[in-house]
Design a protein around this ligand. Sequence first.
Ligand code: TMP
Length: 229
Amino acid sequence: MTGLFITFEGTEGSGKSTQIALLAQRLRRLGYPVCVLREPGGTLIGEEIRHTLKHSRDNDLMTPEAELLLMNASRAQLVREVIQPALASGQIVLCDRFHDSTVAYQGYGRQLDLDLVRTVIDFAVGDTRPRHTLLFVVPPELSEERRRARQAVMAFVRDRFEEADRSFFERVEQGYAAVAAAEPERIQILDATDSVDAISQRVWQIVTPLLPPVPPGGAGRSDGFQLMI
Ligand code: TMP
């Protein structure tokens, strides 16, 4: 039995996490076993790496190279500890960010060599690749506004990425655009300025044709891993 692996991408404030939660709820109601994950993180080891990358008070000196490797250390763990077994048992795996984030953030944002970035990703993920990817796009000004609003509410939680300047996030957007242009069959772009309801309907239209039949006795089955915090 093989499951279905879908990833969700976009810059900060694109609303993808809300859409993942809505999709997971809808799928579970239909009886699908769903596994919701996030990157970096999704395993105990990955969540420690996430803390080091994002929130630690001691990460000021982190180099882009260390950042690339830590992202992919978290990913290598997640792929083998959670994603592969979940797919093998027929679950639908919804992951908030995956390797496209690395190309966009470390490749374009931090301007690391793109071939090198892809080599590291290949090592981390092997053959475990998303069947489909939804890329949520918001204009840079709106993303910045939402980032600021989040920082104001979460002022007590440090986030090293959200401290980056506007040109970094512009490069990240360019990176996503390049990735989407290179793989139009896998990556579907969604306008994240629409209403939550409209986007959720669009997500459903995209996902429905990919779904396997509901497993027998599906409703009420375990929800699988749920490490989103
Ligand atoms: P988020 O879970 O709130 O989106 O935070 C994750 C941050 O990590 C976000 O700023 C994007 C960044 N990131 C990378 O730079 N490279 C990656 O490969 C991944 C998965 C995330």
